[in-house]
Design a protein. Structure first.
Length: 167
């Protein structure tokens, strides 16, 4: 998808967001770009009113390892949601396709299998320039977008009635 993600809904209640702890799991491969994604995720979580001690950042070797780490954290029952961030840049081999696809499928499986929202903030880019554009450049910050999705999904899981609309 090109462009920025949809804006999260405005929080108009007296509470600033969902209850609980949030984890950010970050892949170290392409670390300079991923640090920008982590910063974006932390900004979004903080802007939602989460206290600093309610957010943990966990680093893993790369995007391929994100699902295993997210699953381990989700199974602890300690987190309202898990934000997964990483960066996979296409090279000259099909390695990119395997890593990106497995990371996406694995992160989705974590959410479906555990019921804990796990969001996909992994940049899949053809070039480093595209990755920079998606980590705080012209196209936004995928880490921030994934954190906003995690906040929204955690609120949904905690109170699904509040998010339904009458026909």
């Amino acid at each position: 998808m090109a462009g920025r993600a949809p804006r999260p809904p405005q929080r108009n209640s007296g509470r600033s967001g969902p209850r609980g702890r949030f984890a950010v799991v970050a892949g170290r491969f392409n670390e300079d770009i991923v640090k920008r994604l982590v910063a974006g995720a932390l900004r979004a979580l903080s802007a939602a009113g989460l206290a600093e001690d309610a957010i943990e950042v966990h680093w893993v070797p790369g995007s391929f390892e994100l699902p295993q780490a997210a699953q381990h954290l989700a199974r602890t029952g300690r987190y309202a949601a898990i934000v997964c961030v990483g960066c996979v840049i296409k090279g000259q081999t099909p390695h990119f396709d395997f890593v990106a696809g497995q990371a996406a499928a694995g992160i989705q499986r974590v959410a479906l299998d555990t019921g804990v929202p796990a969001t996909f903030g992994v940049i899949t880019a053809l070039t480093e320039e595209q990755a920079l554009d998606r980590s705080g450049g012209e196209v936004g910050n995928r880490g921030e977008e994934a954190a906003n999705a995690a906040l929204e999904m955690a609120a949904f899981v905690q109170n699904p009635r509040r998010h339904g609309k009458k026909a």
